[in-house]
Design a protein around this ligand. Sequence first.
Ligand SMILES: [Zn+2]
Ligand SMILES: [Zn+2]
Length: 149
Amino acid sequence: MLNNDINNPEIIVDSLRAQGYRITKAREDIVRILCNVKHYTVEELVNELKAIKKDVNVATVYNNINFLVHEGIVNEYNFNNKNSVYELNIGLHAHLVCIDCNDIINIDIPTFKSIKDNVEKNTGFKILNAKLDMYGYCPSCLKNKSNNE
Ligand SMILES: [Zn+2]
Ligand SMILES: [Zn+2]
């Protein structure tokens, strides 16, 4: 689990290597950005990489992010039928998605976790990701709406 060291990209990268994952320099760069714990599109990742003066090729970023998803290091999500977004696998959590400003908020729901644990126990399935997304208006969009009515 990456949870505890999320603020320390160094530790995350070292521990992935120690676990035997092939973390090339290009993959390391992506993991470091994802340590900001936001939900990034590939386009946003490319922009972040460019901002730190990395030589980026969009196809390579796609390949590397797909590798990280396949290994369970990164999770892929789709919200509001928009492009996929990627987040470091920080453990099972649900998402609140605002349909106005597209804000995505991570939320811990213990019941959601226990459902996953039960399913793993009963089926022997190793679950890398499960999705529980709730759509609606965030408090500030809700406030704007009621002001305009
Ligand atoms: Zn909003
Ligand atoms: Zn999330």
